[in-house]
Design a protein around this ligand. Structure first.
Ligand code: FE2
Length: 243
């Protein structure tokens, strides 16, 4: 079974808390994290060094289930892009450990028979208090190639996927449901998500970033569009009927 959860920020306790993830997932299961995984963080530029990352990823590699994540804004994007790519779920992923993989931007993966369009990244509003290559990386926002790849993938799929997984969400959701003013630095990305929201048929769209657990439904041109903001909840993919 596939489970979805939100931002982890490198907090290993989430994986060892019986109430959240531990004990709930078996070797048959896959956990998808909607960005800000945060365990690919320390590198040779950081005074803490690589050791801490390796220790924690090794602990996660002992989990019986598969861990998949899209990138959020709070990841070491430089380091993430250097992990080897391997083909899995129908397209390239970054392999972090035998049971841990990064789902890349603008790709459609088929996982347990469901199709997922994945597109990570977001703007860090606190970037001015962070240090480049230590706690902030410019790769947090997508490149032109990643947008083009995403548009191509969606067109090739005839604007139809089962699920969409992103870190932030469409501008319209930010204004209407999250009651925030969209940050203009993030506008290209959240505007791209507006385009997807209108043009793509999907069963449900999961996103993180906003640190809230909530369901939102939009009626667009007579079609219900279902969104799920993820943070601490770890829910089965097909739980939308119960929520
Ligand atoms: Fe976050």
């Amino acid at each position: 079974m596939i489970y979805i959860t939100g931002d982890i920020h490198g907090k290993i306790d989430r994986f060892f808390d019986c109430g959240l993830l531990d004990g709930k997932l078996t070797q048959e299961d896959t956990l998808i994290i909607c960005g800000d995984f945060g365990f690919v963080w320390f590198d040779e530029n950081n005074p803490m060094g690589l050791r801490r990352d390796n220790d924690e990823l090794d602990k996660l590699s002992c989990k019986p289930y598969t861990i998949l994540f899209i990138d959020g804004n709070h990841e070491n994007h430089d380091m993430l892009s250097k992990y080897p790519e391997t083909k899995r779920y129908g397209d390239a992923v970054h392999k972090i450990r035998d049971n841990i993989y990064h789902l890349e931007r603008g790709k459609i993966y088929t996982i347990e028979g469901h199709t997922f369009f994945t597109f990570g990244g977001a703007y860090s509003i606190d970037k001015n208090i962070r240090q480049e290559h230590i706690s902030w990386w410019s790769g947090e926002l997508p490149s032109k190639e990643e947008y083009e790849r995403g548009i191509r993938a969606i067109k090739d799929a005839d604007y139809l996927v089962d699920y969409i997984i992103t870190h932030t969400c469409p501008t319209e959701l930010i204004k209407t449901f999250l009651h925030r003013i969209p940050d203009p630095h993030d506008g290209e990305l959240t505007g791209f998500f507006d385009y997807l929201m209108y043009e793509v048929d999907f069963k449900r769209w999961f996103f993180g970033h906003w640190h809230t657990d909530n369901c939102y439904n939009f009626n667009l041109h007579g079609k219900e569009k279902s969104f799920r903001a993820m943070y601490f909840d770890a829910i089965p993919l097909d739980s939308s009927k119960e929520e």
